[in-house]
Design a protein around this ligand. Structure first.
Ligand code: NAD
Length: 419
């Protein structure tokens, strides 16, 4: 009852803390262990000047948060977005720790963000923002310390510029400082598709669990970027019917199924709305469609207590980070909806980032087949471990995923003598 009178928080940092509490309740951990996990170990806040094309100078603000490095160096993307906040970056770094823990990578969580809107800047301005941000955080990142990667509105090209800046500052070629780079300078085959591919592996496993053949499944995808667009393509290739997709400007819906290749071409050359005015749908309505699989692949807090009771999907696969609030989680769980949590559903990205880092450190590069084979094994193993633990304790998949991660991180802190 209390939950109904306390206003739902949309602050991602508070949400991440609530999620830790929910999982910790099932584990007998000393209180101080939970306290350590509920905040990042180190946060750097920077401001840096960048010259614009018109000769003026603008000062940008950015952050890098390192949550926990008991298991290994911290790892996580850099986001360029006008709505980036310190609390968001802190939450995202915490989610990265739990993500790495679920899929068994030797990393803790990190995250970075710059308050800017890349859609309003020229390529040259974005390059200068990228290089200046890397220079500002160079002292706390590095192949053995903290390894960034792409996130919302950051690209392989941006990773390439950042790696170059870091290498020049240190006077050595250092591809292992950042992942998601272009192939020619140490990127990994399969990295571009990895987040979506990993997500699709977990969706196929969840479909199998509920006994629904993929060829009979309908799908709605919110967000048509790296994660959402490739997930839509891969699910379509697997036989599912993609009935709705959207981006920041709105969505399109056809109950007969969209032609995903055509939508992709429109996204590249004009706007997905050109698919036809009669197909238009809002981002809000897309979430509530009567589909089998809903893939939120844009930003946080899109499924909240305000709309959770209207979600009709059988499976919600969180390609985005933090799309569902804890309050909404309870509603979805009560309705019997399977939520494949972000820390598992989108862990394919950091898994292949890990493979990229290993290849950089070895200077020995793998075929795409080898990368995808390792990714599939890891994602399926992790999904099964989470599903089985959830069954054993009668929890949702998110709580089970956090239990696995928290146990690992606590064991590493204990082995180091920190606790
Ligand atoms: P991206 O920049 O490639 O794409 C973002 C997409 O979301 C774009 O299509 C954009 O138009 C759309 N979008 C933005 N605001 C929106 C809104 N309000 N409503 C609907 N759509 C909106 O970013 P991405 O890398 O695909 O990341 C998307 C999500 O996936 C983020 O939550 C990110 O943290 C998560 N993620 C990405 C990766 C990765 O490897 N790229 C890995 C793990 C998690």
């Amino acid at each position: 009852m209390i939950a109904n009178v306390v206003a739902e928080t949309l602050n991602p940092y508070q949400i991440a803390q609530q999620q830790i509490d929910a999982a910790a309740a099932y584990l007998s951990l000393p209180e101080h262990v939970t306290q350590i996990l509920k905040q990042p170990k180190r946060v750097l806040s920077v401001s840096f000047p960048v010259r614009m094309d018109d000769g003026t100078v603008r000062v940008f603000e950015g952050f890098r948060s390192q949550h926990n490095d008991a298991i290994g160096p911290t790892k996580g993307g850099i986001r360029f977005h006008p709505d980036v906040t310190l609390d968001e970056v802190k939450a995202l770094s915490m989610w990265m720790s739990f993500k790495c823990g679920v899929v068994g990578l030797p990393y803790g969580g990190g995250k970075g963000g710059v308050i800017c809107d890349p859609r309003l800047h020229s390529k040259g301005e974005i390059e200068r923002i990228s290089r200046a941000f890397m220079e500002a955080i160079a002292d706390i990142v590095g192949p053995d310390r903290d390894i960034p990667a792409p996130d919302v509105y950051t690209t392989p090209q941006i990773m390439g510029w950042m790696m170059d800046t870091y290498s020049r500052l240190k006077g050595v070629n250092s591809p292992g400082v950042i992942t998601g780079k272009p192939l020619i300078i140490g990127g990994s085959k399969g990295r571009n598709e990895a987040t979506a591919q990993g997500c699709v592996y977990t969706i196929l496993a969840a479909l199998n669990d509920i006994g629904l053949p993929v060829e009979q499944a309908t799908v709605a995808v919110q967000g048509f970027g790296n994660a959402g667009r490739i997930a839509a393509r891969l699910l379509s290739e697997a036989g599912a019917k993609i009935v709705a997709v959207s981006d920041s400007k709105g969505g399109i819906y056809d109950p007969q199924g969209l032609d995903i290749e055509r939508v992709s071409e429109l996204k590249d050359n004009s706007s997905i709305s050109e698919y036809g005015a009669s197909y238009a749908i809002t981002n809000e309505a897309l979430l509530e469609l009567n589909v089998d699989i809903l893939v939120p692949a844009a930003l946080e807090n899109v499924i909240t207590s305000a709309n959770a009771d209207r979600i009709q999907a059988k499976i919600v696969a969180e390609a985005a980070n933090g799309p569902t609030t804890p309050e909404a989680d309870r509603v979805l769980s009560g309705k019997g909806i399977t939520v494949i949590p972000d820390v598992l559903a989108n862990a394919g990205g950091v898994t292949v980032s890990y493979f990229e880092w290993v290849q950089n450190l070895m200077n020995y590069y793998w075929s795409e087949e080898e990368v995808l084979d390792k990714l599939e094994k890891n994602m399926i193993q992790s999904y099964v471990a989470v599903r089985d633990l959830a069954k054993e304790h009668g929890t949702d998949l998110r709580t089970a995923a956090y239990m696995i991660s928290i146990k690992r991180i606590a064991a590493a802190m204990d082995a180091r003598g920190w606790i």
